[in-house]
Design a protein around this ligand. Structure first.
Ligand code: ZN
Length: 235
């Protein structure tokens, strides 16, 4: 609050509780100084439900003691704390790899909520999928198509050959073999084909995942892709 606002608030308070009214100009100036020192960072009113006059009025109604600046400060603290409790951090528009600006944006939003400059974001982030996703974030997700950035995916490719091959096939517009089960080796959807590990003299066998799919599975995937394409063009 500025001096002018403090003076207005004190005049309002004097009308509600004449004991607090100062008539001597020197005393009045001291009172304004004291209140401004203590309430300089408390706003007079915000667009989101705070008004220092309401706080003064509530105190006069509920307490036999004259209003002190700390009573107003305490109510403001409670009001802004309640707001922050109801606030869920929205997804920042900044690049997530740029930690400094990501953090700055998160903190900036919280400070704005605390200061009453913006309403708390009350939607829980996980249920508010489309409504609160920033357009910039959405565009980036659409471009990448995955939460793993492309260069990281490239670095990981040697360690996940089957997935890398699948991504490559899909990127080239070829049928996705992992979308159908394999009739040859019995691999389920999303699982790589497997080859039998045979030990001499038979007996113990195990499976090892294959980098490529069995030919019959490739054919089945192609047939499925063809059917899907035909249905899409017919519809
Ligand atoms: Zn197979």
């Amino acid at each position: 609050m500025e001096r002018r606002e403090i003076a207005g608030l004190l005049a309002y308070m004097g009308r509600l509780d004449p004991r607090t009214m100062r008539t001597d100009p020197g005393e009045l100036r001291d009172q304004v100084d004291q209140w401004q020192e203590l309430l300089g960072d408390v706003p007079l009113a915000t667009d989101h439900g705070w008004d220092a006059r309401t706080a003064v009025r509530a105190h006069v109604l509920s307490s036999p003691y004259p209003v002190l600046p700390v009573d107003v400060a305490r109510q403001w603290k409670k009001h802004s704390g309640d707001r922050l409790d109801r606030h869920t951090d929205p997804v920042p528009a900044a690049d997530p790899d740029d930690v400094a600006s990501w953090r700055a944006e998160l903190l900036g939003t919280r400070h704005a909520v605390l200061a009453g400059q913006r309403p708390p974001n009350e939607q829980r982030a996980i249920t508010a999928a489309e409504a609160t996703v920033d357009p910039a974030v959405e565009a980036r997700l659409r471009a990448i198509g995955s939460c793993i950035p492309p260069h990281v995916r490239q670095d990981l490719a040697p360690y996940r050959p089957a997935k890398a091959r699948r991504e490559q096939l899909v990127a080239e517009g070829l049928p996705d073999v992992l979308a159908v089960p394999c009739g040859w080796c019995g691999a389920a959807v999303n699982q790589s084909c497997r080859a039998r590990r045979v030990v001499p003299r038979g007996g113990a066998t195990s499976h090892r995942p294959m980098k490529t799919a069995h030919p019959s599975r490739v054919e089945a995937a192609a047939a499925l892709a063809y059917d899907t394409h035909r249905q899409e063009t017919a519809a």
